[in-house]
Design a protein around this ligand. Sequence first.
Ligand SMILES: Nc1ncnc2c1ncn2[C@@H]1O[C@H](COP(=O)(O)OP(=O)(O)OP(=O)(O)O)[C@@H](O)[C@H]1O
Length: 353
Amino acid sequence: MSIENALKNPYTKWMEGKGPYASIVISSRVRLARNLVDYPFPHVQNRDAGKKVAFLVRDAVLDPRFRQQVGGVDFVFLNELSPLDRMVLVEKHLISPQHAAEEGPERGLALSDDEAVSIMVNEEDHLRIQVLFPALQLEEAWELASGVDDALESRLEYAFDERYGYLTCCPTNVGTGLRASVMVHLPAVAMTNQANRLFTALSKLGFVVRGLYGEGTEARGNLFQVSNQITLGPSEEEIIGNLASVCRQIIEQEEMAREKLRKDALTQLEDMVFRSYGILSNAYIISSEEAMVHLSNVRLGLDMGLLRNVNIRKLNELLVEIRPAFLQKLAGEEIDAFKRDFKRAEIIRSALA
Ligand SMILES: Nc1ncnc2c1ncn2[C@@H]1O[C@H](COP(=O)(O)OP(=O)(O)OP(=O)(O)O)[C@@H](O)[C@H]1O
């Protein structure tokens, strides 16, 4: 039921646009990598072993006791979904592009009714437990992820080593198996040419900056994902605390850069914001790339109080609604690039009307 809904509706919990620093931090994510003892890692397992793992996880999440602890959850094998539906889930950030790309019948997804919790089965590890919250809410996301993890661990036997912690397919995830990340909107840092310096400093501190859809993807619309690189050594609480504190410093830099722009280049800033607003409210054909640039400017204008009557939640929803797979889902058929550009412009015009 919930996965069917998730495919029809662009809105998902992380888009709420409410919570601490929601004007700069779009979403917070915590993911835990876990594997089952006695089963080979997904990349070396045969199909039968993979299916057994998937059935074990499915039974665990559909167990009424799990639902009592965690809430309503739905489960689907990815080969029951069309490639388009899988891409919609990627566009909503509920599964990774890598998970969507494989057709194997052993690949699965468990999704909570509110879409805050998604569990990828047989992606790089047997289990990737992900919690996505709006704004800067890393502690809250960690608390929920840890609860889901405990509920699963009481039903499944995890591969765990006293010395190394949770065993994972890639050694970079061993230990806590935890990657925490924030998706941040940094237009002023980018406009004032501070992005490279900031990202180099972050990488020296043990953080990675990735594009809009995670590993190996491009940053678009000045949206970046910042996450921890190290999973072995520090405790879960330390990883979360360190990222939250680095995130506050990133926010401070973005706020300072915004104030500098307001002070030194207000007219140019207003011109840019209102031009972008004008294009988005009037265009009849627009590519995804162009839309992302102007949506970033409009978001900046809204956050800086230059623009009113634009809803932040609607802007967040547009991040998904204007993507190619979602547009085709809305149209109910495969549509070519020209029709997508036309449909995208129509959706944006009506969102800003
Ligand atoms: N803060 C965030 N908000 C929304 N989506 C996010 C956020 N962080 C990551 N994601 C999404 O999670 C998915 C996986 O991201 P990524 O590849 O960076 O992490 P990972 O799979 O946990 O890491 P890895 O496999 O490299 O250890 C991507 O679809 C990405 O867009």
